[in-house]
Design a binder for this molecule. Sequence first.
Ligand code: SF4
Length: 314
Amino acid sequence: MEHLKNSGLRRPFHVPYPLSSSALPGFNGDVTKEEKTTAALFLDLTDDYLDGGYRKHREPYECTGDPPTGTSGAFFSESGEKTPGAPESAATADTAPENAVPAEDEDSLEKVAEDIGHCTRCGLCKTRTNTVPGEGVPRPLVMVIGEGPGADEDATGRPFVGRAGQLLDRMLDSRGKIGLSRTRNCYIANVVKCRPPGNRNPQPDEIIACVPFLARQITILKPTVILALGNTAAKTLLDNTEGITRLRGLFTVFSGPLFMSGKTEIPLLPTFHPSALLRDQSLKTPVWEDLKTLRAKLCELNRRYAAEMANIPL
Ligand code: SF4
């Protein structure tokens, strides 16, 4: 990876960078941040794989502003300004790729939802009825992250509104014992924002295409805690190949995958997806244990929540 650091590329979402399409075989025309995200993710994963399979901690790549070597790369800062050294023939801000990511302090949930609404980055756009960006409060105690929309969510454009969603709402509140809800202190979203046909699992390429939206949402929302529902959410967020049965119930630190900017450390608790509970009632007990673990962590981290819970015995 030394060559990558020396090339002047730093991690995506910061990058005003000179990474031309000629450096990325298969990428045509202007290289978008998402394409660079994919390339950086792939290169780091390859590096980890070749080096024994363990994920390394990495500092962000710093852009050194290498002079451009061609005219096909993207040479725009996140504000759309041309960076020094960009050739006159490079695209202007007006013609910058439509899926360019706004600077962190200019981004908002509304912008993310709008971008998702126009998104055609993966094949799921062809079969969706509605995109499902997510919903909840803007500064949530808990960001609940599932896998992808189902039929009811696709029909309404809202996350977790079918049977599994109703169960999730009951789980989060648990008759006041957990005291969480999407209208008061949670934000609910999914890893992919369009329905995989027939409720199949999202494919890796679909997750890679979509996950920058989730990264933007996490960056904007800054939740106190993340609750990851099921295998896809837990594996994606933790970059881990362990199954949910092993991961559930144990708090870990979500330190931000490669596509996120800055230092992000958010306690993350994986648990079973409510659809799994609908299929297998025996999972109710471990999920209740996980919810109690979640409550304890929130009491530790938030005084107001702790005060609310003080008089509600488990
Ligand atoms: S699933 Fe995500 S990446 Fe794919 S089309 Fe929908 S919003 Fe775009």
